[in-house]
Design a binder for this molecule. Structure first.
Ligand SMILES: [Zn+2]
Length: 243
């Protein structure tokens, strides 16, 4: 067990799955959040540290809140795969990957325990400061790989993170937004909405996949892959806030 900063302690369980070329601090621009999507936590750690799996992450957050370092930060771990955000592609080298244990959509998806999110918060605060990561560059796997991934999913507390300046969120009133849910966009507005998505960072995949990812992140009450007035207003507001 070592100390990252005074209040953060973590265990080690090293993986050999990483690029051997060391990177510089300035190379890290993103932090990507995942869930493990496996029922068993120890099996998930085993997979990330097995040299047969070809996957890894830099940090793993257990359900009880304990943090495990899997790959030291100066090495790019293998967590993102084929991915894109804005014009950045294949984000492994430019990001730190954090796996948060949760069985996920296909294994009885559960709410993230409080102690797990508290540990994540501490770790994110530390990493954001260290690498000067912008809050809009703290992303979910589904944001950067919309055609393949759903993690960390709609149960992940993005809004709570945004209150701690660790992610972005809109400033619109919920009771106002709900009235706009499901209202169809006209052609002109739909085009505008697609441009909003592009501007936020969602690019390079089928439009429906991009919309699904946007909803999974910012409009979790209805994830149907169809743009509507509510999605339009949220995207517009995010851009107004300077994303
Ligand atoms: Zn993932």
């Amino acid at each position: 067990m070592s100390k990252i900063k005074q209040k953060i302690t973590f265990d080690h369980n090293y993986s050999q799955n990483f690029y051997s070329k060391k990177r510089k601090e300035k190379d890290v621009k993103f932090i990507i959040l995942h869930y493990t999507g496996m029922r068993n936590e120890l099996k998930a750690i085993k997979k990330l540290t097995s040299n047969k799996s070809n996957v890894s992450c830099n940090y793993f957050i257990r359900s009880n809140g304990r943090i495990v370092q899997i790959v030291p930060e100066e090495y790019a771990s293998w967590h993102a795969g084929i991915s894109r955000w804005k014009n950045e592609k294949y984000l492994n080298r430019s990001s730190i990957g954090i796996e948060i244990h949760n069985p996920g959509h296909y294994n009885n998806y559960i709410n993230y325990p409080k102690q797990q999110i508290n540990s994540l918060l501490k770790l994110l605060k530390f990493l954001k400061r260290k690498y000067k990561v912008k809050k809009n560059f703290i992303l979910g796997h589904s944001d950067i790989a919309p055609d393949r991934k759903k993690d960390p999913g709609e149960k992940f507390p993005w809004k709570f993170l945004s209150k701690n300046k660790l992610s972005i969120w809109h400033q619109l009133n919920a009771s106002y937004l709900i009235k706009k849910r499901g209202k169809k966009l006209n052609i002109k507005k739909n085009k505008k909405f697609n441009n909003f998505l592009k501007k936020i960072g969602y690019r390079g995949y089928k439009q429906k996949s991009l919309i699904l990812s946007f909803q999974r992140r910012f409009r979790t009450e209805l994830i149907n892959g169809i743009s509507d007035e509510e999605c339009f207003l949220i995207a517009k507001n995010l851009i107004k806030l300077g994303i």
